[in-house]
Every structure is written in C-alpha cells, then in structure tokens.
Ligand binder design. Sequence first.
Ligand SMILES: [Cu+2]
Length: 312
Amino acid sequence: MQHHPDSLRPGTRRLGAAFGAFLGAVAALSTAGPAVAEVAPAMQGLEVRGAPEPGGTTLQTPATSLMEEVVWLDNMLLIIIVPISLLVMALLLWVIVFHNRSANPTPARFTHNSPLEVAWTLAPILILIVIGSFTVPALFRQQIMPEAEVTIKVTGYQWHWGYEYVDHDVEFLSFMLERDELAEHGYEDRHYLLATDTAVVVPVGRDIVMQVTASDVIHSWTIPAFGVKQDGVPGRLAELWFNVDEEGIYFGQCSELCGQAHAYMPITVHAVSEEAYIAWLESQGAQNLALAPGYDRIRSAVELAAREHAED
Ligand SMILES: [Cu+2]
C-alpha cells in the first residue's frame, strides 16, 4: 500500500481544504495546500521513549504517574497470583499422585467440611478486598479529570485520527507514514505502523485532557507509556487525562477493532518543553495563545531579552 486509496480516507476531502498544510502527501491527493514534509522544529532532538521493544514482554516504561501506578499494580498482582497458582497446581498434583484409582482405591465418603469451606470462601474475599483497596483508588485517579491545562479533542475516523486543540482553533489530521516516508519525517524503519505524518504535541508537566470521540465506528485512543486508553464512540465525548514526565516521542495504536485498516491508524505524541509547545502552537497559527500553559512567563521573558538586547 504505497498511499491509501482515497476510499480509505472519507474525511480527507471534507477536511482537506482546512488542513491541507498538515497533510503532506495527502494534500497532493485532495485539495490545494503546500506539502509539508520536513520535521517541524518542535520535534527535532526528541528521543523515542514510548515504543514497543523487539522481544519485549513487560509493560512499557512509564511516562506518567498513572502508568507508574499501573506498573506497580501489575507487579503487586503478580506477587499475589503466583503463590495462588502454585498452590492450585500443587493441590492438583497432590490429587493426581495420591488420590488416583490405583493409589487410593477406596475414596473417602464425606462431602462437607465446614471449616475448610468457610476458609476457602473467606480467603478469596479477603484477597479481593486487598486488591480492590489498591485498584479502585487507582481507577478514580485515572477517571476523575483534573482541571485541564491543555484540552485536545481527538476523533477516530476510518482510518486515521483527527485532532483539535479546542482553545486554540488548531485542527489537523494524522495519517500513518508509509515505510518510504519514515526517514523524511525523522523516524526509523522500526517505527513503521507507529509513526504518523502529524503528531499530537503536548507540553511536559502539564495536565492534558483528551476528549475522545469517533465519527463512524468505535475506535480507541491509547498511549501505552501514559497508561491511558479510551474508546471513542460516535456521538459521545469521553475523556482521559495524562501528565507526561519527560520529553520524548510516544507511540500508540488504535485499540478497538474498527475495520479493514484498523492496524494502519497509529498514534504519535510528541511531549516537548513549554517553550517548544508554544513555538509549535505559533507555527500552527494558533488563536488565544495566552491560554497556553506558561505563555506569559515564556513570551514575556523572550520580549524582555529582546528589549535588553536592543538597549545594548
Ligand atoms: Cu480505529
């Protein structure tokens, strides 16, 4: 699949005029607009931090407090379920070896043992209460939205994503990069099926709220390293939030089976400094820049420096 046929991109023609500048090769297929292929300034020098590893078996390295908690819960559950599994396997072995027909030709005839039954009812309940006392608060931390410092609406389409920075009137679509397009966007071959032509750009250390929806069928937006995953359902607006610890490039993939090209609508997030975020917003022609986190501090400092320079 060199380029997706137009039939795979129902949103392109409708939105192409508005977002032509973002679409690179797609723009050439749809409507007028310069093809922007070079890596935007905000993306340069970013390391890939959230990506699957070849042969990897564990969860990705956490990039948010939410994901740190998910990893902690995963390890905690492992400590609980390993002894349970060993106990059950030992009991099975014990029954198989010592209570088969030849080893134990005359089986016991009793059917009840009240103390034992109380124990094997209470023990699982207690274990579930212990697990729940950790997982339920974690669930609330994920599902209760903080005050958003950046709000982004993401819409799933068959088969690409659309993003809207609701405070800033910035909108663009995000298409998977073909193998031969990766290098010109600054990615490597191993990022095939992960990298997109445009990326969600967010500042680190700020609370990002994503509003997730879809236009045709159910899709699901996720970044594994952030510990977030949310179905986008047509006609509904769900929310997720994250606060990225470290600058870097983080990948995800649509996680709800959404049709023929489900595997070809990945997600790329660039977590950058506030300075780079504001510079990126400006490069996108953003409105209401004063609403961007840190805008006052960063831009007034720049202006101050410029003034001092002029006085010298
Ligand atoms: Cu999808």
